[in-house]
Design a protein around this ligand. Structure first.
Ligand code: CAA
Length: 380
């Protein structure tokens, strides 16, 4: 497998890096502080073609490959992991569900505006009692004439207050277990559909996360994803496989962002008459972290290439998610430690990255769920 980036991928990587430095860095601390989403920046990544990178031009995409998309999420997340997840949720989870399960009409109707950034997307699977056990969905969808009537609620939904289009998973026939789960496209403004209060989070504070509430929401039958009941669980699982590549890219970006901050700091910071990078205990720690980052990076690139080449990628995505998000957590904790008291201060960025890293080990399948997928493959 060739991990050399081609000319186009290098160009996307550089464009994303420059954009993040110029447009995201100046506002990232304040946005974290105030839980303020960088909406203008989000719209720009749509205009630049980043949201549509892995999708064909037919649906308003940029006809790139999944690795290009991962590179863009990685570069953005080096600076702003909140925007990184918001981007990944629209592209991987909302548009991914529509691509994986939607009819041609649904793809043509919804994807172009989502991929250009005109509209924001969201993905509603998780419920209070259906987290890791996604099959335990309680929200129901009952067919009544030309509509499905949705009742129930979803929690921890990224992008919810800003989104225009939601892919929502609900039970159409509980007696069938996971085969009774169906997916629906729900638009903002449908009667009876509302969101809860903004969650007050430890990290990714600029990302907007709330509950979704369905109180007799009438969803037109043509918004049943794929036009067939009972496909929801498979579509959700397939979509999450792609989503985990996005979260891996986010985690890798956080790890690299913290590594770069620590590296610069260690060259400047003088103690006992020399820069602290001359202290072998710290330099060796950086060597270990560099190794961890590079190992994680190749797992991510492999998963993205597997997906692009049409190979099975559930297990490679799980490995990438596990390695990259564990690297994010480890590197950020060490960066704070190596930067001492300054590392603990907001203006040095790494404490935010440490807070942002934690959720990457939890969402889109906890890292324990990733081990379930990997070990299931070993012993299949
Ligand atoms: N692709 C396609 N189909 C799949 C699949 C996949 N990756 N994984 C499972 N399936 C199919 C199976 O083949 C099976 O179908 P058949 O009966 O026809 O063979 C069916 O789905 C049921 O499979 P399992 O028995 O393996 O299902 P399970 O109930 O044991 O669950 C699980 C498996 C891996 C634990 C799954 O529930 C899971 O991934 N849980 C984690 C949920 C998750 O990631 N939630 C994230 C929420 S979204 C989020 O986090 C967004 C955000 O905030 C940013």
């Amino acid at each position: 497998m060739n991990f050399e980036l081609n000319e186009n991928q290098l160009m996307i990587q550089k464009t994303a890096k420059d954009f993040a430095q110029k447009e995201l860095l100046p506002q990232v601390i304040e946005n974290d502080e105030n839980s303020k989403f960088p909406l203008e920046a989000y719209k720009k990544i749509g205009q630049m073609g980043f949201l549509g990178l892995p999708y064909s031009e037919e649906y308003g995409g940029a006809s790139g490959d999944y690795l290009s998309y991962a590179l863009a999420v990685e570069e953005i997340s080096k600076i702003d992991a909140s925007l990184g997840i918001s981007y990944s949720v629209t592209t991987s989870l909302c548009c991914g569900s529509i691509m994986n399960g939607g009819t041609e009409e649904q793809k043509k109707k919804y994807l172009p505006d989502l991929l250009s950034g005109k509209k924001l997307g969201s993905f509603g699977l998780t419920e209070p009692n259906a987290g890791s056990d996604a099959a335990n969905t309680i929200t129901t969808a009952v067919k009544e004439g030309e509509y499905y009537v949705l009742n129930g609620s979803k929690c921890f939904i990224t992008n919810a207050p800003l989104a225009d289009v939601f892919v929502v998973y609900a039970m159409t026939d509980r007696t069938k277990g996971v085969k009774g789960l169906s997916a629906f496209i729900v638009e903002k403004g449908y009667e009876g559909f509302s969101i809860g209060k903004l969650e007050n989070k430890c990290g990714i504070r600029a990302a907007q996360v709330t509950e979704l509430i369905f109180d007799n929401v009438k969803v037109p039958v043509e918004n049943l994803l794929g036009g067939v009941e009972g496909q929801g669980f498979k579509v959700a699982m397939k979509t999450l496989d792609g989503g985990r590549i996005g979260v891996a890219a986010q985690g890798l970006g956080i790890a690299e962002g913290a590594f770069d901050m620590a590296k610069e700091y260690m060259k400047q910071r003088v103690q006992f008459g020399k820069p602290i990078c001359k202290n072998q205990a710290l330099a060796f720690k950086m060597a270990d972290l560099a190794l961890e980052i590079e190992q994680a990076k190749y797992l991510l690139y492999k998963a993205a290439i597997d997906k692009h080449e049409g190979k099975p990628y559930s297990v490679s995505a799980a490995k990438a998610k596990l390695a990259c998000t564990n690297a994010a957590m480890h590197v950020t904790v060490e960066a704070v430690q190596m930067m001492g008291g300054n590392g603990f201060m907001r203006e040095y960025h790494v404490e935010r990255m440490m807070r942002d890293a934690k959720i990457t080990q939890i969402y889109e399948g906890t890292n324990e769920i990733q081990k379930l997928i990997i070990s299931g493959d070993i012993f299949k």
